[in-house]
Design a protein around this ligand. Structure first.
Ligand code: IMP
Length: 192
Protein backbone atom coordinates (compact mmCIF):
# COMPACT_ATOMS: atom_id res chain seq x y z
CA UNK A 1 0.00 0.00 0.00
CA UNK A 2 1.23 3.48 -0.77
CA UNK A 3 2.15 5.57 2.24
CA UNK A 4 0.31 8.87 2.41
CA UNK A 5 2.35 11.94 3.21
CA UNK A 6 1.18 15.53 3.06
CA UNK A 7 3.36 18.01 1.21
CA UNK A 8 2.48 21.32 2.86
CA UNK A 9 2.38 23.48 -0.24
CA UNK A 10 -0.05 25.01 -2.69
CA UNK A 11 2.62 25.59 -5.31
CA UNK A 12 1.70 23.63 -8.45
CA UNK A 13 5.25 23.76 -9.85
CA UNK A 14 6.62 22.12 -6.72
CA UNK A 15 3.92 19.46 -6.56
CA UNK A 16 4.62 18.57 -10.19
CA UNK A 17 8.39 18.57 -9.67
CA UNK A 18 8.19 16.39 -6.58
CA UNK A 19 5.57 14.02 -7.98
CA UNK A 20 7.91 13.37 -10.95
CA UNK A 21 10.73 12.39 -8.61
CA UNK A 22 8.82 10.53 -5.93
CA UNK A 23 7.93 7.40 -7.92
CA UNK A 24 5.44 4.77 -6.83
CA UNK A 25 6.05 4.14 -3.14
CA UNK A 26 4.36 7.18 -1.69
CA UNK A 27 1.20 9.09 -2.29
CA UNK A 28 1.85 12.76 -1.93
CA UNK A 29 -1.19 14.69 -0.78
CA UNK A 30 -1.41 18.42 -1.31
CA UNK A 31 -3.03 20.88 1.09
CA UNK A 32 -5.99 20.91 -1.27
CA UNK A 33 -6.25 17.10 -1.04
CA UNK A 34 -6.64 17.37 2.75
CA UNK A 35 -8.99 20.37 2.42
CA UNK A 36 -6.63 22.72 4.18
CA UNK A 37 -7.21 26.30 3.09
CA UNK A 38 -5.38 27.92 6.00
CA UNK A 39 -2.76 30.59 5.51
CA UNK A 40 0.12 28.62 7.06
CA UNK A 41 2.53 30.88 8.93
CA UNK A 42 6.06 31.22 7.54
CA UNK A 43 7.71 33.77 9.78
CA UNK A 44 11.13 32.30 10.63
CA UNK A 45 14.38 33.84 9.42
CA UNK A 46 15.96 30.60 8.18
CA UNK A 47 14.94 28.01 5.59
CA UNK A 48 15.04 25.34 8.31
CA UNK A 49 12.77 27.38 10.59
CA UNK A 50 10.19 28.07 7.89
CA UNK A 51 10.12 24.48 6.65
CA UNK A 52 9.59 23.14 10.17
CA UNK A 53 6.97 25.76 10.97
CA UNK A 54 4.87 24.68 7.98
CA UNK A 55 5.28 20.92 8.55
CA UNK A 56 4.54 21.24 12.28
CA UNK A 57 1.36 23.24 11.60
CA UNK A 58 -0.10 20.44 9.46
CA UNK A 59 1.15 17.68 11.74
CA UNK A 60 -0.42 19.31 14.78
CA UNK A 61 -3.72 20.15 13.12
CA UNK A 62 -4.30 16.97 11.06
CA UNK A 63 -2.10 14.39 12.82
CA UNK A 64 -0.62 13.30 9.50
CA UNK A 65 2.95 12.63 8.41
CA UNK A 66 4.01 15.71 6.57
CA UNK A 67 6.89 17.51 4.95
CA UNK A 68 7.38 21.09 3.91
CA UNK A 69 10.14 22.90 2.10
CA UNK A 70 11.58 26.35 2.01
CA UNK A 71 13.97 27.54 -0.67
CA UNK A 72 15.59 30.61 -1.99
CA UNK A 73 18.44 32.20 -3.82
CA UNK A 74 21.62 33.13 -1.92
CA UNK A 75 23.91 35.56 -3.71
CA UNK A 76 27.48 35.75 -2.47
CA UNK A 77 28.11 39.45 -3.21
CA UNK A 78 24.85 40.36 -1.46
CA UNK A 79 25.68 38.58 1.80
CA UNK A 80 23.40 35.70 0.84
CA UNK A 81 20.39 37.91 0.08
CA UNK A 82 17.63 37.51 -0.94
CA UNK A 83 17.61 34.19 1.01
CA UNK A 84 14.36 33.65 2.90
CA UNK A 85 13.06 36.85 1.30
CA UNK A 86 13.49 35.53 -2.27
CA UNK A 87 9.76 35.51 -3.08
CA UNK A 88 9.22 39.00 -1.62
CA UNK A 89 12.54 40.59 -2.59
CA UNK A 90 11.09 43.50 -4.56
CA UNK A 91 7.55 43.36 -3.23
CA UNK A 92 6.29 42.87 -6.80
CA UNK A 93 6.61 39.33 -8.24
CA UNK A 94 9.23 37.43 -10.24
CA UNK A 95 9.90 39.99 -12.99
CA UNK A 96 10.47 42.79 -10.48
CA UNK A 97 12.53 40.48 -8.28
CA UNK A 98 14.83 39.75 -11.23
CA UNK A 99 15.06 43.46 -12.10
CA UNK A 100 16.06 44.25 -8.52
CA UNK A 101 18.64 41.47 -8.47
CA UNK A 102 20.22 42.69 -11.72
CA UNK A 103 20.31 46.20 -10.34
CA UNK A 104 21.91 45.15 -7.05
CA UNK A 105 24.60 43.20 -8.93
CA UNK A 106 25.38 46.01 -11.42
CA UNK A 107 28.64 47.04 -9.80
CA UNK A 108 29.65 43.74 -8.22
CA UNK A 109 32.56 41.73 -9.53
CA UNK A 110 31.23 38.37 -8.32
CA UNK A 111 27.96 36.97 -9.61
CA UNK A 112 28.28 33.67 -7.73
CA UNK A 113 25.05 32.37 -6.24
CA UNK A 114 23.33 29.25 -5.07
CA UNK A 115 19.80 28.00 -4.72
CA UNK A 116 19.20 26.20 -1.46
CA UNK A 117 16.26 24.08 -0.32
CA UNK A 118 15.59 22.70 3.12
CA UNK A 119 12.89 20.07 3.60
CA UNK A 120 11.57 19.38 7.11
CA UNK A 121 9.87 16.00 7.51
CA UNK A 122 7.75 14.93 10.46
CA UNK A 123 7.39 11.16 10.27
CA UNK A 124 5.97 9.27 13.22
CA UNK A 125 6.60 12.32 15.42
CA UNK A 126 10.29 12.52 14.52
CA UNK A 127 11.74 15.56 12.73
CA UNK A 128 14.39 15.21 9.98
CA UNK A 129 15.91 17.79 7.66
CA UNK A 130 17.18 17.37 4.09
CA UNK A 131 19.19 20.02 2.25
CA UNK A 132 19.90 20.51 -1.44
CA UNK A 133 22.22 23.10 -2.96
CA UNK A 134 23.00 24.01 -6.57
CA UNK A 135 25.76 26.53 -7.24
CA UNK A 136 26.05 28.78 -10.26
CA UNK A 137 26.11 32.31 -11.68
CA UNK A 138 23.63 35.13 -12.08
CA UNK A 139 23.70 36.20 -15.74
CA UNK A 140 23.37 39.80 -16.89
CA UNK A 141 20.11 39.21 -18.74
CA UNK A 142 17.25 36.71 -18.85
CA UNK A 143 17.51 33.53 -20.92
CA UNK A 144 14.67 31.05 -21.44
CA UNK A 145 11.03 30.84 -20.50
CA UNK A 146 10.61 27.59 -18.56
CA UNK A 147 10.40 27.28 -14.79
CA UNK A 148 9.64 30.11 -12.38
CA UNK A 149 11.17 32.66 -10.04
CA UNK A 150 14.79 33.52 -10.81
CA UNK A 151 15.25 30.64 -13.31
CA UNK A 152 15.94 32.87 -16.37
CA UNK A 153 18.94 34.46 -14.59
CA UNK A 154 20.50 31.39 -12.98
CA UNK A 155 23.03 29.27 -14.84
CA UNK A 156 24.15 26.22 -12.85
CA UNK A 157 27.87 25.37 -12.85
CA UNK A 158 28.84 23.01 -15.65
CA UNK A 159 25.97 24.02 -17.95
CA UNK A 160 25.63 26.57 -20.73
CA UNK A 161 21.86 26.99 -20.21
CA UNK A 162 19.92 28.68 -17.45
CA UNK A 163 17.30 26.79 -15.45
CA UNK A 164 14.68 28.50 -17.63
CA UNK A 165 16.22 26.92 -20.76
CA UNK A 166 15.94 23.40 -19.31
CA UNK A 167 12.86 21.23 -19.26
CA UNK A 168 11.58 20.28 -15.83
CA UNK A 169 13.02 16.73 -15.91
CA UNK A 170 16.51 18.07 -16.64
CA UNK A 171 16.21 20.76 -13.96
CA UNK A 172 14.92 18.25 -11.37
CA UNK A 173 18.05 16.14 -11.78
CA UNK A 174 20.38 18.92 -10.69
CA UNK A 175 18.26 21.41 -8.80
CA UNK A 176 18.41 22.24 -5.09
CA UNK A 177 14.84 20.96 -4.69
CA UNK A 178 15.62 17.81 -6.71
CA UNK A 179 18.64 17.04 -4.51
CA UNK A 180 16.80 17.66 -1.24
CA UNK A 181 13.90 15.56 -2.50
CA UNK A 182 16.21 12.67 -3.46
CA UNK A 183 17.56 12.69 0.09
CA UNK A 184 14.03 12.75 1.47
CA UNK A 185 13.02 9.81 -0.73
CA UNK A 186 16.12 7.79 0.19
CA UNK A 187 15.26 8.33 3.84
CA UNK A 188 11.60 7.41 3.38
CA UNK A 189 12.61 4.25 1.50
CA UNK A 190 14.91 3.31 4.36
CA UNK A 191 11.94 3.59 6.72
CA UNK A 192 9.49 1.37 4.79
P1 IMP B 1 10.04 28.54 -2.02
O1 IMP B 1 10.32 28.60 -0.58
O2 IMP B 1 10.48 27.24 -2.63
O3 IMP B 1 8.61 28.89 -2.36
O4 IMP B 1 10.93 29.59 -2.75
C1 IMP B 1 10.88 30.96 -2.40
C2 IMP B 1 11.32 31.78 -3.58
O5 IMP B 1 12.68 31.45 -3.94
C3 IMP B 1 10.52 31.56 -4.85
O6 IMP B 1 9.36 32.35 -4.87
C4 IMP B 1 11.52 32.00 -5.90
O7 IMP B 1 11.57 33.40 -5.98
C5 IMP B 1 12.83 31.50 -5.34
N1 IMP B 1 13.09 30.12 -5.83
C6 IMP B 1 13.08 28.97 -5.11
N2 IMP B 1 13.32 27.91 -5.88
C7 IMP B 1 13.50 28.39 -7.14
C8 IMP B 1 13.77 27.75 -8.39
O8 IMP B 1 13.90 26.53 -8.54
N3 IMP B 1 13.89 28.58 -9.44
C9 IMP B 1 13.76 29.92 -9.34
N4 IMP B 1 13.47 30.55 -8.21
C10 IMP B 1 13.34 29.79 -7.11
Amino acid sequence: MKKKIVFATNNKHKLEEISQIVGDHFEILSLKDIQCEDEIPETADTFEGNALQKAAYIHEKYGMDCFADDSGLEVEALNNAPGVFSARYSGGGSEKNMDKLLDELKDKSSRRAQFRTVIALILEDEVSYFEGIVKGEILESRHGSEGFGYDPLFRPDGYSETFAEMDSAQKNKISHRGKATQLLIQYLNSRI
